[in-house]
Design a binder for this molecule. Sequence first.
Ligand code: CU
Length: 158
Amino acid sequence: MKVDLYERIWIWAAALMIIAFLAAVIFSAGSHAVHPPSRIETVDPTKVLTEGEFTQAGVTTREDGSVLVTGLARMFVFTPGVMRVPAGVPVTFRLTSPDVIHGFQIVGTNANAMVIPGYVSQFTVTFDRPGEYLVLCNEYCGLSHHLMQAKLIVEEAP
Ligand SMILES: [Cu+2]
């Protein structure tokens, strides 16, 4: 079978692009710990403000010493607005939204999740560097989206 020269060039160009994209995905997953969400848990978005765990948004320490942050993202605030967690300890975030899609990005870390109404976004991060971190919404959610932020304070491990 004879393939025209230009056709061959384009076949190889397309194949190389696919290889380049796959390499970019694998590189970012490996070196920057960027992963797609791996769990699906649903919640009734019309009830998260009135019943269940999200009515008690806050930071709690569990029996094994790990930390749980239960949080809400809504137009245009995060609850809790200030989170204090210890360094060097796994911190599990459980987040949801009662209204629209928001983002939850802890600037300077690899913690970056979408907060989707009807779903619980859960991920665990261990913060090694104490300090103050800015938490931003990075999904456009309305007119005051740019004001939507919170603070994460990572305290020196006890
Ligand atoms: Cu937003």
